[in-house]
Design a protein around this ligand. Structure first.
Ligand code: G6Q
Length: 544
């Protein structure tokens, strides 16, 4: 489908006009005008209830946003993704993470070949391995069972596994510890192995390329640590497995490729937590729970693919994000899970959203003349309420928020959960409606204090309510955001699946490392600031 540049799409111009009408309309007014708004402006799918009524929108806004989706070719773009078209244009790759959670028997073609059987072949290889580690059948080199699993990976090969482990810790094998090493800062590795017995430790080296500096450095350090403890070169075989697309490099490192779990170039790093990159998750929660998580993903995929946009959760959330980003000039989106197990979810989302939509050119390479990806951030509630929520309530910036909550807790303790849920609903309410000067005065506040205690309100939010944090629920939630990101990227007409900014970082440091090592002062050809910093560091570490 041929899509006009964003500013040329009729719905865009109409939204610009409409925004002039909407920017001063208060949510108090919108709710007063329609008593049924809080029930009407909701959507429900795959067990997720989305209340989007506290957004600064009317039916007209929604209608225009939906037109924008149509005029942006969202439907065709979704079909193209599911069909395996190479929609990652700058890397000439298909984008098929949806195939990772397709049920056995489904058909998803990549270059004419059905990839679903390959996906299940890897899952079927992961499952018995995970079981053997969990039940102690897989022994370490000295015959001891594995008690510690350490995933070594970074970016997409780390954030998903960490988030999923934390999120599903309730379902995890509690006799084992799961740790994650990502940073090239040696402290990360040192702390991860602190107190661990090498004879009981399994390293999963997770790297799509198996060439990433941080991961390979940590993997080599891990091997040295293991061999220093077990004093036998052969020990690696039982203590290292790999997850990668690069069998040659895995073999070069010394890991038997029978202990390698593969995936494919059509899986982006930040979209890979449900591929073999999730091996640590599978060991932690068991294959059945892992498959339940995949089913959750799949349910949301099917909803995104087939539901009309006016009832389509990811499409609605994506369109609302565009509304605030491009018309209200909001620069960030706060995501606040009222669920302690989701404490790493915002960090995970930061990569998913910002690495995907932090782009400055369209698919055709033309500089955009509108804002693209907002900054996503967040912390679990209620903790955030005692720190940065102040700025959301009374600061000068507009920060649309997503509040995520579950009706049932996994840890029922007295009235804790009611208190948690009361807080999340109260925050969304207070942000939307605020407190007028009259209300503040009626509380007996002296006049001079009224401005300080006044809350303007009109701060928009979504409330996302689920039943219980299960593996399937997590899958649905992640897929919800993946497809919201997709929706936003489609409107902006950018490549949400490349990451040249990340690639740049991978190259830059390589140039400087040898400049530290040279015994003689090397010729430094950077800018004067970088040159001076390198010289100073050399001097400080005693090698200058
Ligand atoms: C994700 C990015 C990036 C990547 C890491 C690790 O979408 O491409 O975060 O996941 O740089 O790469 P490897 O898995 O190749 O080590």
């Amino acid at each position: 489908m041929n899509v006009a540049p964003l500013r040329k799409r009729p719905a865009w111009a109409a939204l610009e006009q409409h925004h002039k009408k909407m920017r001063d309309v208060h949510l108090r007014q919108l709710f007063a005008d329609d008593a049924g708004r809080g029930e009407k402006m909701t959507a429900e799918a795959a067990g997720i209830y989305l209340d989007y009524s506290k957004n600064r929108i009317t039916d007209e806004t929604l209608g225009l946003l939906l037109q924008l989706a149509e005029q942006s070719g969202l439907r065709a773009h979704i079909d193209a993704m599911f069909r395996g078209d190479k929609i990652n244009v700058s890397e000439k790759r298909a984008v098929l993470h949806v195939a990772l959670r397709a049920p056995k028997g489904a058909t998803i073609l990549h270059d004419g070949k059905n990839v679903v059987p390959d996906v299940h072949a890897v899952l079927d290889k992961m499952a018995p391995f995970a079981e053997r580690v969990r039940n102690g059948e897989w022994k370490g080199h000295t015959g001891k069972r594995i008690r510690n699993v350490i995933n070594i990976g970074i970016g997409g090969s780390d954030l998903g596994p960490v988030m999923a482990y934390e999120a599903l810790r309730h379902y995890s094998e509690r006799t084992m510890t799961f740790r994650f090493v990502s940073n090239v800062d040696g402290t990360d590795f040192a702390e991860a192995v602190h107190g661990a017995d090498p004879a009981e430790t399994l390293f999963i080296v997770s790297s799509k390329t198996f060439t990433t500096l941080e991961t390979m450095t940590n993997a080599h350090t891990a091997r040295d640590w293991l061999l220093a403890g077990l004093k036998d070169q052969a020990a690696t075989a039982k203590h290292f497995v790999a997850v990668s697309t690069n069998a040659a490099e895995v073999a070069k490192f010394g890991i038997d490729t029978t202990n390698m779990f593969g995936f494919w170039d059509w899986v982006g790093g930040r979209y890979s937590m449900d591929s073999a990159i999730g091996l640590s998750t599978m060991i932690a929660i068991g294959p059945a729970n892992f498959r339940a998580m995949l089913d959750g993903f799949h349910e949301m995929d099917e909803h995104f693919r087939s539901a009309p946009f006016e009832r389509n959760l990811p499409a609605l959330m994506g369109l609302l994000a565009v509304w605030y980003n491009d018309f209200f000039g909001a620069q960030t989106v706060g995501v606040m899970p009222y669920e302690q197990y989701l404490k790493r979810f915002p960090a995970y989302l930061q990569q998913l959203t910002m690495e995907s939509n932090g782009k400055h050119v369209t698919l055709d390479g033309v500089h955009v003349d509108y804002n693209t990806g907002p900054i996503y951030w967040g912390e679990p509630g209620t903790n955030g309420q005692h720190s940065f929520y102040q700025l959301i309530h009374q600061g000068t910036r507009l920060i649309p928020c997503d509040f995520i909550a579950f009706a049932h807790t996994l840890n029922p303790l007295g009235r804790h959960h009611d208190m948690l849920l009361a807080n999340v609903f109260a925050q969304a309410e207070a942000l939307a409606f605020g407190k007028t000067a009259e209300q503040v005065k009626a509380e007996g506040t002296p006049d001079w204090l009224v401005p300080h205690r006044l809350f303007e309100g009109n701060r928009p939010s979504n409330v996302i309510l689920l039943d219980k944090l299960t593996p399937a629920a997590l899958g649905k939630l992640v897929a919800l955001y993946e497809h919201s990101v997709f929706t936003q990227g489609t409107i902006w007409q950018i490549d949400s699946f490349d990451q040249w900014g990340v690639e740049l970082g991978k190259e830059l440091a390589q140039r400087i490392i040898p400049e530290f090592e040279d015994a003689k002062e090397p010729k430094l050809a950077h800018d004067s600031s970088t040159n001076a910093l390198i010289r100073r560091y050399r001097k400080m570490k005693g090698s200058g």
